[in-house]
Design a protein around this ligand. Sequence first.
Ligand SMILES: [Zn+2]
Length: 488
Amino acid sequence: MNPIEELTPKVVWKNFYALTQIPRPSGYTEKVANFLIDFAQKNGAEAFIDEAGNVIMKKGATPGYEDRETTVLQAHMDMVPQKTKDCQHNFETDPLDVYIDGDWVRARNTTLGSDDGMGVAAAMAIIEDNTVEHGPIEVLITKDEETGMEGAFGLKAGELSGKYLLNMDSETEGEITIGCAGGMDILCTMTYQEMNLNPEGMLAYTITIKGLLGGHSGIEIHKGRANANKLMARILFAAVNTNLACLCSWHGGNMRNAIPRECEAIVVVPKDKQEEFLALVEKCKNIFLEEFKDIETNGFHLTATLSQNVPEKAVPQEIQENLINAILTAHDGVLRFTPSMPELVETSCNLAIINIADGKAEVITLARSSQDSMKQYLCNQYIACFSMAGMEVKLEGGYSGWQPNPSSPLVAMASDIYEKMYGTKPNVCACHAGLECGIIGVNYPDMDMISYGPTLVSPHTPNEACLIPTVEKFYNYTLEILKNIPKK
Ligand SMILES: [Zn+2]
């Protein structure tokens, strides 16, 4: 037996451990979905997989609670597959190597999947434990939350009948989330005829930016961290406009919902301008280090290295100027904080991914806002900016925010219960990231929802850890809410 299975409450940790032994990276959730169906059947709950791949379980009320409203317990089955650089772990086939580290549970060299395995484990515990008191329960375990919330989008109206929904995918115990931002992918593309270069008298340099903190583009966008694509745009704007360099290719960022940490561009430089070019890169580096010294506390690398092969093709002069100008101009970071909650970001974007090479250019950003009109304003800025550069701009994958409802009976009840149990008021808040509640709410407009969970740190990284004592608090809190769900 793994020591994790001995932690309290056992029924939660045992199920969590079982989940860590089933490979379940986003996009490969069939195994875990079948495992959950088996689990439900063994425990006498009705269960099925819906058309979108979500697992839905239903369990009747325990004696004395038959007249209560139905409650939906919701979590997602997939996890973010991240590992340390030299780790050999295969997320599609290997179980996680989990261990206890003081007050924390971690996985060796990989993400732990407590986001959102803890939510799934809590729902399983409630299905399994016949001593828990509750009204009718529906469990909704969604598919592929981490890569675009496919399961939540695919959930049909009428599949669930619950009046209340407890989303167990938040990361700070003592916090109740009641609203979140919506999002929209902005995709700018163009093709161009490459320009032939005469390699005579030319040198090729690779400009590399790496080691930035990056981070989640919803949760960390207000921290003022450096965006690798923006730093590159500033260097190239200076170098290309002064004819020190000509752009051949640019690759920056790789996830639409992250602040880009790395960027690489290949440029050619006339031999007689070599020193001037290197001095410019050095000057930019010193400026950036100074600007970000209190934010990018790990430091970062900005280098220009001479490469052996001088490319034979480059981006045509006018197009590279247009692209660099547009990228430099395009909004990045917080556009506005929420007027009624000044510490909460309302609207932002992250200039996430740039690829320019081989006659094709693309710029991808994720716009987030809790206000649809502000989201549209930001999207229009991108349309205006990048269409001036000759790019085609498409908006895709839009999803709704979750508007906070301060007069929600569930929020009032959940806050009271928390205070009674733990002697302090919970922090009732909204977040700038996307949660499935907003998407589920489109087909279930009358469902009253909250989101909460145990404390997790560094989710989506190999440092992910779950704070052991908060799991018991979170689980007992869930049981108390279930006991207090009102009568029909
Ligand atoms: Zn999650």
